[in-house]
Design a protein around this ligand. Structure first.
Ligand SMILES: [Fe+2]
Ligand SMILES: [Fe+2]
Length: 223
């Protein structure tokens, strides 16, 4: 596939995994907003589409790594196994750690910016609850149904809706933390928490991208 300004960003990310570096650099939403053309995604961020096209060409040119991680060319059981091992298991553990750290930093430093820390704790608590339930639903119901070919459009659409909500919570965390900028007065836990937010955002974007733009199209095509 050659990339043009009309290619959907999710398709680019699925076929050229290294392209996600360019999207992350410009905060272009390639997971929940994967269906929209590159030109529209760039316009949303007020970035020149030709500049992004040039960066994409530069990033994906050497090619080797793009081939290694082409999950869109893998059988569904392998993709699901990868989602579980590379994302569900470590992210569940990391979400527990992040919630505990958020609570701690909120309790110790809340008075430095009470409104921000209150909203942050509320958002992280909600995201933790939602994702624990979401991962369990995928593991216990949706993935087995996909593997046996028994799933319906309503279920798949609900999954995308869940992902949309997670995307919104991640945007809230990014906004509250001023793009994960560590304040000069931050202690070690506070600093570690801001770094953990940046990492989990990146990891969840990849996780959701693989489900929205690779797994679900494969499930729909198999019907
Ligand atoms: Fe998942
Ligand atoms: Fe999911």
């Amino acid at each position: 596939m050659s990339i043009t300004q009309d290619t959907p960003v999710g398709t680019i990310a699925a076929e050229f995994p290294l392209a996600t570096r360019v999207f992350a650099r410009h905060q272009i939403d390639f997971c929940c907003g994967g269906g929209i053309p590159l030109i529209t995604a760039c316009a949303k961020k007020a970035i020149d589409v030709d500049k992004v096209l040039a960066e994409l060409q530069a990033e994906i040119a050497p090619g080797a790594q793009n081939e290694e991680s082409r999950w869109d060319q893998s059988p569904m059981p392998e993709l699901i196994d990868h989602l579980l091992k590379a994302y569900h298991v470590p992210q569940l553990e990391e979400l527990d750690r992040i919630l505990a750290m958020t609570q701690k930093v909120h309790d110790v430093h809340g008075d430095k910016d009470q409104a921000m820390f209150d909203e942050l704790l509320k958002t992280v608590t909600a995201m933790h609850t939602d994702l624990v339930g979401h991962f369990a639903k995928e593991e216990d119901e949706i993935f087995p149904a996909l593997l046996s070919g028994k799933t319906d459009e309503e279920t798949l659409a609900a999954l995308e809706c869940d992902h949309e909500e997670v995307g919104e919570m991640l945007r809230t965390i990014r906004r509250l933390t001023n793009d994960f900028t560590v304040p000069a007065a931050a202690c070690n836990t506070w600093t570690a928490l801001w770094h953990a937010f940046a990492d989990i955002e990146q990891g969840l974007h990849m996780h959701i991208h693989l489900e929205n733009n690779v797994l679900l199209p494969a499930a729909r095509a198999a019907k």
